[in-house]
Design a protein around this ligand. Sequence first.
Ligand code: DX5
Ligand code: ZN
Length: 218
Amino acid sequence: MAENILIAPSILSADFAAMGDAVRSLQRWRADWVHCDVMDGRFVPNITFGMPMIEALRRNTALTLDVHLMIVEPEKYVERFVKAGADIVTFHPEASNDAHAALKKIKDAGAKCGIVLNPDIPVRAAEPYLDECDVVMLMGVFPGFGGQKFIRDVLPKLTALKELSKDRSLVIELDGGVTEENAAEIVAAGADVLVAGSSVFKSKDPKKTIEKLKASGK
Ligand code: DX5
Ligand code: ZN
């Protein structure tokens, strides 16, 4: 049985006019990481925020800042995100001119690094990077927006990635479409960290939702 499942609520579903309150609430609700979705309107058809937001969040929380870059040429910006306060930086390798170099830049700047695979990208695409990654994140939806339905075809990909991660200290994160109802099967398939935006921030009782998501590993 999986133990110690970590919950990383995505602030994409929080009130953008009250992000300080959002991260303070997350601490009270016993979230583990704060998932920050950076979108550039080019890699994905939506725009959110950049380094200044990470810097502002850093001043308001001691929680791990998990920064998910949905931007083209992430290698140009990763160091600045680490400097702004990111603890973990992940990006989509197909958006990068040199994903190996981007991973190294993140590590050298002092943060944990990882890559993200969209639902239609096979797990074997991650293999060339596994030895350099601390985290590999699989998308459970096509990135760009919160509140989408989980794509179940991703479940066997989680299991395949779990198998590949056996002899490595690799954390497997699943982002998108996580609910109280499907969390257990996502964890059973191999996820160590669950990103959950709308199911946490739109919950009537976010603390309880986070508790339930965590219990999905028991
Ligand atoms: C999607 C983002 C996700 C998203 C998750 O582009 O990367 O992190 O906020 O939101 P939910 O949990 O609502 O699917
Ligand atoms: Zn994300």
